[in-house]
Design a protein around this ligand. Structure first.
Ligand SMILES: Nc1ncnc2c1ncn2[C@@H]1O[C@H](COP(=O)(O)OP(=O)(O)O)[C@@H](O)[C@H]1O
Ligand SMILES: N[C@@H](CCOP(=O)(O)O)C(=O)O
Length: 320
């Protein structure tokens, strides 16, 4: 379940009066979320999504509002928050911070086809081309500093081989990124898995759930995408999906030489980032609700595959 704060029809109807969105006809709790309370809200004029923030740093919400406003203004398929009649987006409802969004069309792709991979790559390249100029700032909460600080907390739960694997990897990232030239910076989604996209057939209807959004290495976002969108069950890369995403991405934002050099290491580091964050959820900081945690093993397998097989060759650049 993901309705942590139940709302009545009357509460939502009164809330909607702050906005110019029409009159409430229906509310429906969304079961699939994991962190926040989400309701689909329908009025006589439009379909909306209401999010109540249950956890996290609430003082970071203005960053997410600014980022979504910025991306929506640049015609990216993201749900730009609805602003009330006074021009304010961030609200309070039932004692929780609340945002209202347009409901975007589509479904999460479990097994994306090549056209969907191309659409995602093209949109992410577009997003990164414009997000380089976004002037907000939020350090990446899952960057190398986080890996260095947090990996000690799970070592005790791992086999001797896995302890060595994790520690050696973190050392290798520190050695590599400590000496590497700076990579292009900008705003990132930070968690662009398939289940944070909505596809209407082959059209990308929207990218949602920007609450890992931050500013940092753009390559970090791209590596997260490849490790989720272009893998087989054994962790190996699917060459056709990999190339479809990276060709379309680079038509919008070609990778620099420094990014190309860092790519194999970034694929490993973002695989370990999820192995670690999932281990932390399972062993160190389990959530209060009873949702089944994501499987850490999946990202250990991906990491081992990147280590054993390296990265695939990056496709040729075809600028638009
Ligand atoms: N703007 C939107 N348009 C359509 N569906 C949405 C939108 N925002 C969220 N959803 C739906 O609600 C679900 C939960 O939202 P999400 O922000 O991912 O919650 P959580 O952070 O709790 O996981 C999503 O998986 C998606 O199905
Ligand atoms: N998509 C992630 C969950 C979000 O990551 P977190 O670091 O914010 O817990 C996953 O599949 O594990």
């Amino acid at each position: 379940m993901a309705v942590f704060t139940p709302l009545s029809q009357a509460q939502v109807a009164e809330f909607l009066q702050r906005f110019d969105v029409g009159t409430l006809t229906q509310i429906e709790g969304v079961p699939s979320g994991t962190e926040n309370t989400t309701y689909f809200v329908t009025t006589d004029r439009q379909a909306l999504v209401l999010t109540l923030f249950e956890q996290g740093e609430h003082d970071e919400l203005p960053f997410f509002v600014d980022l979504l406003d910025y991306l929506a203004d640049h015609r990216l398929p993201v749900p730009g928050p609805v602003h009330d009649c006074q021009g304010v987006a961030l609200q309070s409802l039932a004692g929780k911070p609340a945002l209202l969004f347009p409901r975007l069309p589509g479904k999460h792709p479990s097994s994306p086809n090549l056209a969907q991979c191309e659409a995602l790559g093209e949109t992410l390249g577009h997003m990164h081309a414009v997000s380089r100029h976004f002037d907000g700032h939020r350090p990446n909460p899952r960057d190398l500093h986080w890996l260095v600080a947090m990996h000690h907390r799970v070592l005790v739960y791992l086999s001797a081989d896995d302890q060595a694997l994790m520690s050696d990897e973190v050392d290798a990232y520190q050695a590599f990124f400590g000496d590497a030239p700076d990579l292009p910076q900008g705003a990132l989604h930070g968690d662009l898995f398939r289940d944070n996209t909505l596809f209407d057939g082959e059209r990308l209807g929207g990218i949602i759930d920007f609450y890992n959004g931050c500013t940092g290495d753009l390559l970090f976002d791209l590596a997260i995408v490849i490790n989720d969108w272009a893998v087989h069950a054994d962790g190996s890369l699917d060459a056709a999906r990999h190339d479809a995403i990276l060709r379309a991405y680079q038509a919008r934002r070609p990778l620099t030489d420094a990014e190309r050099a860092a790519w194999p290491m970034m694929l490993r580091m973002t695989a370990l980032r999820y192995w670690l964050s999932r281990l932390l959820v399972v062993y160190v900081d389990p959530p209060a609700h009873d949702l089944t945690p994501h499987d850490p093993e999946q990202f250990r397998t991906i990491l081992l595959s990147r280590l054993q097989n390296g990265a695939l060759a990056l496709p040729e650049i075809h600028p638009a």
